[in-house]
Design a protein around this ligand. Structure first.
Ligand code: FES
Ligand code: MG
Length: 591
């Protein structure tokens, strides 16, 4: 035992070892003895490290953590701590209806309550599937106990017909082929299932890989944690080392508030652009920042990250999947390239207890086909534009996915470069879209922008990944695979559609999108980061005056609680009242 340990009194000792209150101490301790602990351990001056278990049969993307648990616990024991695993409300992106996004804040809330109300001195956060990562980091930020995240890792690479089959990305591609009539239902199913060959989360640079890269870029994991595929032996080793490190972080009292600074969030924004990360990262990072009490706005994504080039050649923006990314050096190599280019905050703190630069060491790409050097990227300007106008205060656009063909045909008119004027076609949610998209009366052609509304945090509820809408079948068959789409929902991180999404405020709370009508002319101007309905001020005001908010139908009590307290995507889609609470685990609950 180190000297620091002998001198510190742990939070858990207020439960398990409080001679001033023998009655409560006995009550707290006796039931823990009937499982795997002795009195000697619980009263032995050893920190309790909680392990937030996000894996279960309902959460297959994170199920690997059930098998990593022995190694995490061994690491905690070997470093002198006492491990205590506890369950987290499941958040399975592909299982929870109406959307897993509804449950991020619920898992967050319950984690905060566990970290506050139980004898826990530090925590290992198991992450993986899309929302599990932000939910865990948001909770750790609010509690402010020493915390370190451990990813479960991506699945092995999927293959179909001799070609890589990436999670999610193959769904969007196969849907197009099905719409074109090029494949049948059986082949469609075969292609999609081939993309999931092992335990682990999505193997593309979708929201799961992105958010785990964000956790690493923020400094909330050991270096190299994000990219190790789930079945690899290195994943087991990472679980063990993360457990060990969690104990030392308690002894050093290294807390999220020491690591989550403005600099670390800027590092995450820079890394997101370089990896071609998901458009879901901004709301999740925003939520983590707000719970950590760090100033960050949606516009920071453009000002800090827009000019960062795309370095990582991984689907959906590029060609490869998780195994190649891992072998090329993973997130440390990407950060190493940014650091060498002078585009990273080298002094940000990391979970290692050192600066980020020291944590990265000499990490650089070992396979420049997959992780490019900064001065020879796959694409320039891989960050997001943050648009505004009369339809919303802010919405995100990943301009790097606009096809060369679209640019040449519509964005290159001399004197009107980067400007696209089109006719709006508006859908009230995904059901309406599916019902009417092939209706010839809508007169959708390649000068149309598709809008979808009512799918934000309050509207859906939870904000749905539905903005990446396919054009009508007839247009797809004629070779028009993408139309610009706009909505107050999100889109899957595995989709490469040039969408304008996360529009805030959303339509059901009265955002400008609510006033748009099919047939309106709209103007997208990438020079000024704006999108506007070309409707006269008088008409717009008249529509505003006539607008009434739609009636919301809640199906569960949580849906009602969520809708009552949730904010907009631009502000992270947080439970607004929760953002006032900081460092809550520092404040001991009553006996
Ligand atoms: Fe869980 Fe992609 S669906 S990680
Ligand atoms: Mg998703």
């Amino acid at each position: 035992m180190s000297d620091t340990r002998a001198k510190r009194r742990f939070r858990s000792q207020e439960w398990f070892d409080n001679p001033n209150n023998p009655g409560m101490t006995a009550l707290y301790i006796e039931r823990y003895l009937n499982q795997e602990y002795t009195r000697g351990e619980l009263q032995g001056d050893r920190p309790v490290v909680g392990i937030a278990q996000t894996g279960s049969d309902l959460a297959p993307c994170n199920k690997i953590h059930v098998f990593l648990m022995d190694r995490i616990k061994a690491g905690i024991r070997d470093a002198g701590g006492i491990p205590m695993e506890f369950p987290v409300h499941p958040i399975q992106e592909t299982g929870k209806r109406p959307t897993a996004a509804l449950d991020r804040n619920l898992a967050y809330l319950s984690l905060v309550e566990v970290l506050h109300g139980y004898p826990i001195d530090g925590v290992v956060l198991t992450t993986g599937c899309d929302k599990t990562t932000p939910a865990m980091l948001m909770g750790a930020a609010t509690a402010d106990l020493p915390a370190i995240a451990l990813n479960g890792g991506p699945m092995l690479d999927g293959w179909w017909d001799g070609k890589l089959a990436g999670s999610g990305t193959i769904v969007w591609e196969s849907r197009r082929l099905l719409a074109e009539g090029a494949i049948d239902y059986e082949e469609f199913m075969g292609r999609v299932c081939a993309s999931a060959p092992s335990l682990g989360h999505c193997n593309t640079m979708g929201t799961a890989s992105t958010m785990n890269a964000m956790a690493e870029a923020l400094g909330m994991t050991l270096p190299g944690n994000a990219a190790i595929p789930a079945p690899f032996r290195e994943r087991m080793a990472m679980a063990y080392e993360t457990g060990r490190r969690a104990v030392d972080m308690v002894l050093e009292d290294l807390k999220p508030s020491d690591i989550l600074t403005r600099e670390s969030f800027e590092n995450a924004i820079l890394v997101n652009a370089a990896i071609g990360g998901s458009t879901n990262a901004p709301p999740h990072l925003q939520a983590i920042a707000r719970h950590a009490g760090v100033e960050l706005t949606v516009k920071d994504w453009e000002t800090v990250g827009f000019d960062i080039p795309l370095l990582v050649n991984m689907q959906p923006a590029g060609a490869y999947l998780g195994e190649r990314f891992y072998r090329a050096g993973g997130v440390p190599a990407v950060m190493g390239e940014l650091l060498a280019a002078g585009r990273l905050h080298a002094d940000a703190r990391a979970a290692t207890g050192t600066t980020m630069a020291a944590a990265l060491g000499k990490a650089r790409s070992t396979d420049t086909e997959v992780i490019r050097p900064f001065d020879n990227p796959l694409r320039e300007n891989a960050g997001f534009l943050v648009l505004s106008g009369n339809l919303f205060d802010s919405a995100l656009m990943k301009t790097s996915v606009i096809s060369k063909d679209f640019r040449a045909r519509f964005l290159s008119e001399p004197g009107r470069e980067n400007i696209f004027e089109a006719r709006a076609v508006v859908f009230e949610g995904p059901e309406d879209y599916h019902e009417r998209i092939n209706d010839p009366a809508l007169e959708i052609d390649d000068r149309t922008i598709l809008f979808i509304r009512g799918v934000g945090c309050v509207g859906y509820p939870g904000s749905a990944e539905v903005v990446n809408m396919l054009p009508p079948d007839a247009l797809v068959q004629a070779g028009v695979n993408h139309l610009p789409t706009v909505g107050d929902g999100r889109q899957s991180g595995t989709s490469e559609s040039p969408s304008i999404l996360n529009a805030s405020p959303e339509s059901v709370v009265g955002g400008g999108l609510a006033l748009l009508q099919t047939g309106d002319k709209v103007r997208l101007d990438l020079n000024t980061s704006s999108l506007n309905a070309l409707v006269s001020d008088e008409d717009w005001a008249a529509r505003r005056a006539a607008w009434t908010p739609p009636e919301l139908h809640h199906q569960t009590p949580w849906q009602e609680i969520y809708r009552t307290h949730v904010g907009q995507l631009a502000e992270g889609g947080c439970l607004e009242l929760a953002t006032a609470y900081h460092k809550v685990a520092r404040d001991l609950p009553r006996d």
